[in-house]
Design a protein. Structure first.
Length: 291
């Protein structure tokens, strides 16, 4: 598959001496990257901790947080940000919340003042792997919601102090700057890295196949270097703080730490996110977000 990389700085992949892997040699897309066995590429992504598997895995690179609170349904429609005419905008202005719903003062304080798009992920409970996602757009009237989408998060729920392989998703507010996937760019304004390195196999915690989970991903900037491919292994907070926390395609079960959405919703999210609007993700269980 041909690689298509836009506006990305050179990446640094973690060396992976995974033993006796029988594989042909494949070259990672990009002019400065050495050839790496294809099996190692697939395994290194599997070890990223993004899609939940029944096997103990390591996390991938993770981005730096904007704010971490002191520590660091029914399927929706196919429209992430509802379109409005001038006629109905005035009529519905009163229904647009001035502040993001469900967020308490500590959480709201972590949302950057320049953010005009917020992906709000609300978990059903501290120890639940089920959540819902709403994309909000800042307007002159307030925060306009899009559709509500069902999602999965980590197997054991949420934490304020994410650690490598703890099987919990980090609570906090994080910027969204970089995307990628196994499939071609669906039309996002974010820098997009198409690469065979997003290949994954095996099964998840509930026996569901993981193939296709990384067809589309958006890197969540928790313990990672923004402005690089989601595959970058740089971890500013250290390896013990985990990483590789992504938005990615749902495989029908809990993840290791990521948030997963149906493929059509991931495509729509990618097409809607706009770096000029400084998008962030606000994620956590409902009770924690109300703090």
């Amino acid at each position: 598959m041909v690689s298509s990389i836009r506006r990305l700085s050179p990446r640094r992949l973690l060396p992976a001496p995974f033993g006796n892997l029988q594989a042909t040699t494949s070259t990672i897309p990009g002019p400065t990257r050495p050839g790496i066995p294809a099996a190692v590429l697939a395994l290194s992504v599997t070890l990223a901790g993004c899609a939940g598997t029944g096997v103990e895995t390591a996390d991938v690179a993770r981005p730096a947080a904007v704010g971490t609170h002191g520590a660091s349904a029914a399927p929706g429609t196919t429209q992430a940000v509802p379109g409005r005419t001038s006629a109905d905008s005035e009529a519905s202005a009163a229904s647009v919340p001035e502040q993001l719903p469900g967020l308490g003062p500590r959480t709201l304080a972590d949302v950057p003042a320049n953010a005009r798009q917020v992906v709000l992920v609300t978990g059903r409970g501290k120890n639940s792997s089920e959540s819902e996602v709403v994309l909000y757009r800042r307007t002159s009237a307030g925060w306009e919601p899009g559709a509500t989408w069902p999602a999965h998060n980590a197997l054991k729920g949420w934490t304020d102090d994410h650690r490598l392989n703890d099987l919990r998703s980090p609570i906090g507010v994080f910027t969204l700057t970089d995307a990628g996937g196994l499939l071609p760019d669906p039309g996002t304004e974010l820098p997009y890295d198409q690469s065979q390195s997003f290949t994954i196999g095996g099964t998840g915690f509930e026996g569901e196949p993981l193939a296709g989970s990384f067809d589309y991903v958006v890197a969540i900037n928790y313990n990672r270097k923004p402005g690089t491919s989601p595959l970058d292994w740089t971890r500013p907070l250290g390896a013990d703080k985990g990483g590789g926390i992504w938005l990615h395609v749902d495989h029908g079960g809990p993840t290791h730490g990521c948030v997963s959405l149906a493929q059509q919703h991931m495509k729509e999210l990618l097409r809607t996110l706009d770096p000029d609007r400084h998008p962030v993700i606000v994620m956590g269980d409902a009770a924690s977000l109300k703090r």
